[in-house]
Design a protein around this ligand. Structure first.
Ligand SMILES: Nc1ncnc2c1ncn2[C@@H]1O[C@H](COP(=O)(O)OP(=O)(O)OP(=O)(O)O)[C@@H](O)[C@H]1O
Ligand SMILES: CC(C)(CO)[C@@H](O)C(=O)[O-]
Ligand code: BAL
Length: 317
């Protein structure tokens, strides 16, 4: 049986009002931030939220602030009506879908000229990075940075990504004012960064990390999988398969990280992928390790065709 239709809120102040009135009635609120084109991974976050809170909010917002101009903002998949149906298929459904048109305010000059000039200067100087948000000349200029954790792995090839994520998640936290927020461990570095930000900036929110959901063949579920050709989708299984082999090897005593990283890199290259990174880092601080001792996570990003995929496996030996 389908759950009831959620309330769809597109306006920040209406969202805030709803949360305030629910909190005044003593209800707890769980937030699941997403960029839409939902799949079972997202629904697992909602199911987890149901276990912990009275009310659930799923946000659907493709945040221009976390995409560099060279990235895939314009082709990011969306299917709002399909998303609502999927959310209603979860027992208990969702109370609110927060789906803002835009979460950023325009500059006080209205034109954003100053920002455009600044962006041009940075590009000409060859230093500094800009996101799609700045390129459009919007007046937003306040950013949240989790300085050390954002530097490695995805932060290296996507230099504005975590700045954009931390900022938009802070905005969502301020607008929705949840008690709990749910993030997938598929985006492992993102989850760690949000936890650190919440601790460092005293957000009164508990961040819950939810286990990764995979397709039956082992591919990590991801909205971008829809852009994989059937051939590339098969080749992409090399990520999960090589990570699983590395984990088995580590559990049997092969703990040298260079050897393990090489084995994964070679398997992905041989399958026809391009490696962005293969890193073994400690689970909390995300510092690279030479040898596996204790709790680490093996994180990979690789391109298959025009699609960049990420995956990881936690290893505890
Ligand atoms: N397979 C998955 N298992 C568990 N959580 C997931 C999975 N995929 C995404 N999530 C989580 O859902 C939330 C929203 O993610 P997002 O909307 O970017 O989806 P996505 O599938 O990760 O998309 P992308 O293709 O951009 O990687 C994040 O917290 C993310 O970690
Ligand atoms: C957390 C998030 C919704 C912020 O835009 C996004 O990075 C995502 O979907 O993982
Ligand atoms: N789940 C991560 C969102 C992004 O790649 O932009």
């Amino acid at each position: 049986m389908e759950a009831k239709e959620p309330l769809i809120i597109r306006d920040k102040s209406q969202m805030r009002q709803w949360s305030r009135s629910m909190r005044a009635q003593g209800k707890t609120i769980g937030l699941v931030p997403t960029m839409g084109y939902l799949h079972e991974g997202h629904l697992s976050l909602l199911r987890e939220a149901h276990k912990q809170t009275h009310l659930t909010v799923v946000s659907i917002y493709v945040n221009p602030g976390q995409f560099a101009p060279s990235e895939d903002l314009s082709t990011y998949p969306s299917d709002f009506h399909g998303d609502i149906k999927k959310l209603m298929s979860v027992p208990g459904g969702v109370d609110v879908v927060f789906h803002p048109h835009n979460l950023y305010d325009y500059g006080s000059s209205g034109s954003g000229d100053g920002v455009e000039r600044e962006v041009r200067r940075e590009k000409e100087g060859g230093e500094g990075v800009v996101s799609c948000l700045e390129e459009r000349g919007l007046g937003h200029e306040t950013w949240v940075r989790v300085e050390r954790l954002e530097k490695g792995m995805c932060g290296k090839s996507r230099p504005v990504f975590f700045r954009g994520v931390a900022t938009v998640v802070s905005k969502l936290f301020n607008i929705v004012d949840p008690d709990f927020a749910f993030f997938g461990k598929k985006d492992y570095q993102q989850w760690r960064i949000i936890r650190r930000m919440v601790r460092d900036l005293d957000f009164s929110i508990e961040v819950i990390g939810v286990e990764m959901v995979r397709d039956d063949d082992g591919l990590a579920m991801s909205s971008r999988n829809v852009h994989l050709s059937p051939e590339d989708r098969k080749k992409a299984l090399s990520i999960n398969q090589s990570l699983s082999k590395a984990k088995c090897a580590a559990e049997k005593g092969l703990v040298n990280c260079t050897v393990l990283k090489n084995s994964v890199t070679i398997a992905i290259l041989e399958a026809g992928g391009r490696i962005d990174y293969a890193e073994i880092v400690d689970q909390e601080g995300l510092e690279a390790v030479d040898e596996i001792k204790g709790a680490v996570v093996f994180c990979v990003a690789a391109w298959f065709g025009k699609v960049r995929l990420i995956d990881n496996l936690e290893i505890n030996v």
